[in-house]
Design a protein around this ligand. Structure first.
Ligand code: SF4
Length: 353
């Protein structure tokens, strides 16, 4: 881990006993101001301070009267919190650790790449989906993150203003915390919020279907589905979610939506040696994807302690990719980032090593 730098940040910007304003939608802010007897338009002023001017304290909201600022501050706080710790990879990736209100920790990963800067964010403290190959799953489930805690990751990383993209691929299954995730997508894309194009946002899922349908219907963000095996029995061994929502049914659902134009569907496929990296799997995957417009990302596996799963070798990955490409499916081997700081796919544990 030489060349890897670590730095502790000072404690948060403000204590968080009070309710957080950040993460609230325009309607929720209207409720807040009306309950406090303030004019309705104050909600728009607060949204502007939170999401455009990005203040970290109510005191900075200087177009609110002193009296209203005091009234607001009696119950609410902005809710911004700087990361408690950061760790830098040799490849420029930075992993940030955020403390949560109940003393847990979650991670976000900043991935600069040419003129793109992507932040991979967490939606839950741990995860209850139990995927066999995942460090987050291994540590169990410790609760959902609030919309404030999710959006805080985006607003409070040091390079926040440089972000071009956000991916919900950190700790947790986003569809297991769908209300908060949809709220954050609304804040990110609304005119009164950060006013991002939905094309800058990708939400991943292992295929929790009722909630996935909501994401598909209520937003137009890109979607990434973790498949990892096209075979029911094998996928069930790797990902218990297959028992409740078979991947073929997930694909049938996705086939009802348009991924050929503005919106993109990616299929995530971790490759394990001798398990799912042969041409029989490539053929079955092609069949599984025949009714959806998708592109496939092949992902190297990063060994986790106590697991006998091993990553596929380059030759098998390339043969797999070439097979899919020949079948007309865009397929690439994804470059791994931040492995030396345990920031790569499947390695997030809410702890800095
Ligand atoms: Fe949860 Fe995703 Fe890990 Fe599965 S892969 S245990 S859904 S965080």
């Amino acid at each position: 881990m030489e060349n890897t730098s670590e730095k502790s940040h000072d404690a948060d910007i403000q204590p968080c006993e009070k309710k957080a304003l950040v993460g609230m939608t325009q309607l929720q802010l209207q409720d807040v101001v009306e309950t406090l007897g303030m004019p309705r338009f104050t909600a728009m002023q607060i949204a502007d301070w939170l999401y455009v001017k990005r203040v970290v304290s109510i005191d900075e909201m200087t177009n609110l009267s002193k009296k209203n600022r005091l009234k607001l501050a009696a119950t609410y706080t902005v809710g911004r919190k700087a990361p408690a710790f950061e760790q830098r990879s040799v490849d420029g990736t930075v992993k940030y650790l955020f403390d949560t209100a109940d003393g847990k920790a979650v991670e976000s990963v900043y991935i600069p790449d040419g003129d793109r800067a992507t932040l991979c964010i967490s939606s839950q403290k741990g995860c209850r989906m139990g995927c066999r190959f995942c460090m987050t799953g291994r540590q169990g489930y410790h609760g959902n993150l609030s919309a404030a805690e999710i959006i805080n990751q985006i607003l409070s990383v040091p390079d926040s203003e440089k972000l071009t993209n956000v991916v919900f691929m950190g700790m947790g299954e986003p569809m297991d915390n769908v209300d908060a995730v949809l709220q954050v997508v609304e804040v990110l894309t609304a005119k009164w919020g950060l006013a991002w194009s939905p094309k800058r946002i990708t939400v991943s899922s292992i295929g929790k279907m009722p909630e996935l349908r909501r994401l598909l219907d209520e937003t137009s963000v890109h979607v990434a589905i973790s498949v990892h095996s096209p075979f029911h029995a094998e996928r069930e061994q790797l990902m218990p979610v297959e028992r409740a929502f078979a991947v073929k049914d997930v694909m049938a659902l996705l086939s009802q939506y348009d991924f050929a134009h503005q919106r993109r569907l990616s299929v995530e496929y971790i490759m394990w040696e001798g398990l799912n990296d042969d041409l029989a799997h490539a053929e079955a995957l092609t069949k599984l994807l025949r009714h959806v417009d998708s592109r496939v990302n092949l992902i190297r596996f990063h060994a986790i302690p106590g697991s006998n799963l091993r990553t596929s070798n380059e030759a098998n990955m390339e043969a797999f990719r070439d097979y899919l490409n020949k079948q007309g499916i865009i397929c690439t081997v994804r470059r791994s980032r931040g492995e030396d700081i345990f920031a790569a796919c499947g390695m997030l544990a809410g702890k800095v090593k």
